[in-house]
Write a protein that binds this ligand. Structure first.
Ligand code: ZN
Length: 347
């Protein structure tokens, strides 16, 4: 099976000295691809900038204008966590365009797995606001493009943080199913199990908040018990992954205890929902320990490509198993309430 990766672009201008979201991250991600020794099975999709028409499916026009102007004015701090530089606009549109380019290449081939090395990352970016190191919501922009083609898109977000931007953008969209595992409490503070989607998309938002210290066995069991039946029922035609690797035990940003072997297992779980060859693409989100990032990407991709690559043993024994039933209960209660409100409106 082929791996389709977006053509590397110069992202060195999107940097704030000392900030963890740094150019070394994309270098580490590409090193992981090299570690796979794919030869002619590695396909590079020519990168292009996302167009305004593609961005505006997800982001508000005023926000795009303001972000562009802010960057071209020299940039600076957007909030406590998020920066932009003179070059950030042109780099961010290449990240978003890289995602679209990879999907287009997958569609041409009807084969392979996509991996988008995207900097800056995207899943915290809201329709009208940058947030959490993210400027443009790369995975949402790709999904929105697929929606215009009549697809039904599953987005699995295994970054350790809740993808509040993606949740907000598709809150009331019945043709997107968003599934997120994340540590709670943690930035950005959202991601409760009772956030189940808007009234046109009841149940299409699946949050799985788990405690600090959670290990791979907890996350896999939660995905299997909570998300698997919902995904089967949704029956996606495309599968996108917000693939952050900051849930790794070595990552400095959070306290999940995953290993590279856990990411390989999560990847193989996701692969079970891909309806046809060439309908799966991963988007790099977080991951701030460079060695963990490299080994976790390598394990994830080798699992998807059916290659044998050494990786760390899966982790187990951490807290959170008891949360699975509580998450289910909170979801069901929220869904019942929305249906009840709908009924009352109809009367
Ligand atoms: Zn993250």
């Amino acid at each position: 099976m082929s791996l389709i990766v977006n053509e590397p672009y110069d992202d060195s201008g999107h940097e704030d000295p000392g900030h963890p979201e740094r150019p070394d991250r994309s270098t580490a991600a590409m090193a992981a691809v090299t570690d796979l020794h794919l030869g002619s099975d590695l396909i590079i999709a020519t990168t292009r900038a996302a167009t305004r028409a593609e961005l505006i499916r997800v982001h508000n026009g005023n926000y795009l204008d303001e972000l562009g102007a802010f960057c071209y004015g020299g940039g600076g701090d957007i909030d406590q966590d998020t920066y932009a530089t003179l070059d950030s606009w042109s780099i961010a549109v290449l990240a978003a365009g890289g995602g679209i380019a990879v999907i287009e290449e997958l569609q041409r081939r009807s084969e392979g797995v996509g991996f988008v090395v995207a900097r800056p990352p995207g899943h915290h970016a809201l329709a009208d606001r940058a947030m959490g190191f993210c400027l443009l919501n790369n995975v949402a922009i790709a999904a929105a493009g697929l929606l215009t083609q009549g697809e039904r898109v599953l987005i699995v977000d295994w970054d350790v943080h809740h993808g509040n931007g993606t949740e907000q953008i598709f809150w009331d969209e019945p043709n997107v199913l968003y599934v997120s595992t994340h540590q709670w409490p943690l930035f950005p503070g959202s991601g409760s199990a009772s956030e189940v989607g808007g009234r046109h998309a009841i149940g299409r938002n699946v949050n799985i908040p788990l405690p600090p210290g959670a290990t791979g066995d907890v996350i896999l069991r939660a995905l299997n018990e909570i998300a698997s039946p919902i995904i089967e029922d949704f029956d996606p035609t495309w599968v996108l992954v917000s693939a952050g690797f900051d849930a790794h035990r070595a990552d400095p940003m959070a306290e999940f205890q995953l290993t590279s072997g856990d990411f390989a297992l999560a990847a193989s779980w996701v692969a079970g929902f891909v309806p046809r060859p060439g309908r799966l693409s991963l988007f790099l989100e977080g991951g701030y320990d460079l060695d963990a990032l490299r080994s976790s990407i390598c394990a994830t991709l080798s699992s998807l490509l059916g290659r044998n690559q050494d990786c760390e043993d899966p982790s187990n024994g951490g807290p959170g198993m008891d949360r699975i039933v509580r998450i289910q209960d909170a979801r069901h209660a929220a869904i019942d309430m929305l249906h009840q409100a709908d009924k009352e409106d109809d009367q």
